[in-house]
Each structure stands twice: as structure tokens, then as C-alpha cells.
Design a protein around this ligand. Structure first.
Ligand code: ADP
Length: 201
């Protein structure tokens, strides 16, 4: 048999596959989706986890409000329609990274079950890891990293998640991180320990 007749999928044979890229990077790619209230610790954990993965020889990229809302999504506001579009674009971007072999750590409040399902559907269920950064509201409010809770309580910000807009906790997250009595490093370690078996080749 010559090569031509052997070639059942000629196009796929020509194109580089996700698996090839994963092999080059020495990892399996996944989409980590960190959800939780504002101030729960998503960004802090995402950045520290990105650094830890890097130090351990993996290749990961944080996607968060800073690099997404400030750039590609800077034309979107906070209406329901824009929030959906925000998540749609983020999920599509995460999927591009996924197919290039890179692990993404997505840090977005993503307050409803519906919106997280939407993200999961775009990414693909088998590559989507939902991580619930579970920090009680009163702790987030105590931390008030960006002074947003104070403003929301004063009525200066409307529809703030946890105050006058609901947060629907995941019912079956792949992983739950209880940050209240943990250091950042401990929280990162919980995710790393879970992830390592999934991403190592
Ligand atoms: P989010 O991105 O969810 O809005 P941030 O990461 O911006 O939250 O803020 C979380 C705050 O909580 C930071 O000031 C961080 O130092 C603090 N913090 C205390 N303990 C933890 C922990 N175990 N994990 C993450 N953040 C923690």
C-alpha cells in the first residue's frame, strides 16, 4: 500500500494537532475556571498558580478582567447581553489556548450556573475544570480589596454580585477551595495537587 491510500485523513495529517503542541510543551492542556465572589481570591490564586506552574515546568496563562475587559472586551458593559458576550469571548479565547496546548486559568466572577454552563459548553465539558473559590461574603467584604463592597453598600455601584445581585454557588464544582482559613500558598497547593495528575504527560 502506498502512502496515498493509507492516508485516510489527509488534511488532519497535514495539520499540527493539539496533541503535538501538548507534547512540545510537555503537558496536557485544560481550562481552569475559577468562580467566586469579588474578593474571594480568584485573581490572587490565579496569578500565584500561574507562577507555580511555570516554576514546575508547565506553561499556563491567566485570563482575567485586567487582560480581557481592558482589551478585547473593552466595548462591553455590564448589561445581561454584554455579560454573556464577555463570557462567550473569554471562553472562545480559552479554547484557542486549549488547542494550542496551553493551560488557561480563568478568573471571573461568572455568577450564575447558566453562564458557567455556557462557558463549559463552548470549551467542551471534558476540558473544563470548575473551581469554586469559596469564601464567605462577610470575609470578602472585610477584605474589600478594591473598595467595591463599600461602594455597593452605599448604593454607588448597582447590581453588585453578593450585595444586590445574586451569586449562584456551583452545585458540583470539580474542586472547591475554602480560602477563609488558608494562606494563598495553601489554596494554590490544593489546586496544584488536583491539577498535576491531569496535566502531566
Ligand atoms: P478576586 O479576584 O476574587 O476579586 P482578589 O484575588 O483580588 O479577589 O482578592 C483576594 C484578597 O484576599 C487578596 O487581598 C488576598 O491576599 C486575600 N487572601 C487571603 N487569603 C487568601 C487565600 N487563601 N487565597 C486567596 N486570596 C487570599
Amino acid at each position: 500500500m502506498n502512502n496515498k491510500t493509507n492516508n485516510i485523513h489527509p488534511i488532519f495529517d497535514r495539520l499540527l494537532q493539539r496533541e503535538d503542541r501538548e507534547k512540545r510543551l510537555g503537558q496536557k492542556s485544560k481550562v481552569l475556571w475559577l468562580t467566586g465572589l469579588s474578593g474571594s481570591g480568584k485573581s490572587t490564586i490565579a496569578q500565584a498558580l500561574e507562577r507555580k506552574l511555570y516554576n514546575e515546568g508547565f506553561f499556563a496563562q491567566v485570563l482575567d478582567g485586567d487582560n480581557i475587559r481592558a482589551g478585547i472586551n473593552n466595548n462591553l458593559g455590564f448589561s445581561l447581553e454584554d455579560r454573556n458576550e464577555n463570557i462567550r469571548r473569554i471562553s472562545e479565547i480559552a479554547k484557542l489556548y486549549l488547542n494550542s496546548g496551553v493551560i488557561t486559568i480563568n478568573s471571573f466572577v461568572s455568577p450564575t450556573i447558566e453562564i458557567r454552563n455556557y462557558a463549559k459548553q463552548i470549551v467542551g465539558a471534558s476540558d473544563f475544570i470548575e473551581v469554586f473559590i469559596n469564601t464567605p461574603l462577610h470575609i470578602c467584604e472585610q477584605r474589600d480589596v478594591k473598595g467595591l463592597y463599600k461602594k455597593a453598600r452605599a448604593g454607588e455601584i448597582k447590581n453588585f454580585t453578593g450585595i444586590d445581585s445574586p451569586y449562584e454557588a456551583p452545585t458540583k464544582p470539580d474542586l472547591e477551595v475554602l480560602t477563609e482559613n488558608q494562606t494563598v500558598q495553601e489554596s494554590v497547593q490544593v489546586i496544584y495537587d488536583y491539577l498535576i495528575n491531569i496535566i502531566k504527560i
